[in-house]
Design a protein around this ligand. Sequence first.
Ligand SMILES: NC(=O)c1ccc[n+]([C@@H]2O[C@H](COP(=O)([O-])OP(=O)(O)OC[C@H]3O[C@@H](n4cnc5c(N)ncnc54)[C@H](OP(=O)(O)O)[C@@H]3O)[C@@H](O)[C@H]2O)c1
Length: 342
Amino acid sequence: MAEQAAVPATAREWHLAARPQGWPVPADFALVEAPVRTPGPGEILVRNAYLSVDPYMRGRMNDVKSYVPPFRLGQAMDGGAVGYVVASGAEGFAPGDAVLHGLGWREYATLDAAHAVKVDPEVAPLSAYLGVLGMPGLTAYAGLLAVGGFKEGDKVFVSGAAGAVGSLVGQIARIKGASLVVGSAGSERKVATLVDEFGFDAAFNYKDAPVAEQLAAAAPEGIDLYFDNVGGDHLEAAIGALNVHGRAVLCGAIAQYNDTSAPAAPRNLALAIGKRLRLEGMLVRDHAGLQQQFVAEMAGWLKSGELRTEETVVDGFENAAEAFLDLLRGVNTGKMVVRLDG
Ligand SMILES: NC(=O)c1ccc[n+]([C@@H]2O[C@H](COP(=O)([O-])OP(=O)(O)OC[C@H]3O[C@@H](n4cnc5c(N)ncnc54)[C@H](OP(=O)(O)O)[C@@H]3O)[C@@H](O)[C@H]2O)c1
């Protein structure tokens, strides 16, 4: 029997109203009032406290086959969320428990408890489970160490460096003994944060001058490892700067997510042959085996103060679509999350 708490009859959820053509616009999203379903046996009802907005969601707005299915038109979108159980029909879950799950973009979620993970708000603020201790954190950790094969002394360049993943990649590289950490980001404030807060050796604003020029100045002896969040001219510049036997982790290509035609760069991919480069794509979901090691190391660095994080918190469920658009526009530093009203 489901244990009952005060459950509203209806609550709001965000639907995909139209598939974006190029850059998404507010009219592509619709805020809809929908019934809240009472949990059955094995299910929980969660009042979401924070929702994640992530770049990969842009891909899910297109009607194309990919590693995650597209969002369906006229239906609630989904994505990472953390919240509190308000009613439970599942053994081991009680009202008040904090959980991480995949039914974001809505105020209340009814789901199979097998798809929720309990999290401890005493160990870290709830939103950290969507960022540094969550999917972006594991992406940074596994991408740099397992996929990129980071070695002490490596010279590392990371793009999207002030974002959720990038800010952690650069710091993990620094903590693990990189001889140079360079980051690129899209504003003067972000560039200053990279150096002053996150301890990067050098950083530049990719909007100021060609990436290749600025990277050559920041890393005159070249780079050994490139963590790519951006694609396009960033990847081209990195291929040019990589030393022999260099490695590139292809994590994301956000510069292309709203493009309607094929990218112009990289034009120098053939350099990968002579330099014997290794360019490897990654998906975070392949690295669940590192979860325990990742949480233990990250939590330790957070506690010691070696690892710093910033979050960009947007208040109000009704602002979630705008928060997603702002993420694509680069408004965020660190993880972008939406905080729901208490
Ligand atoms: N492969 C995987 O499993 C996996 C998992 C998680 C994330 N990712 C990828 O990792 C990347 C970072 O994700 P995240 O969650 O950490 O997002 P994020 O970096 O926190 O946010 C996105 C950032 O991208 C930057 N950006 C937007 N348009 C750009 C452009 N044209 N050129 C350069 N930068 C641009 C913006 O910062 P600026 O102000 O610096 O432009 C924005 O803040 C994305 O490409 C994402 O798809 C991949």
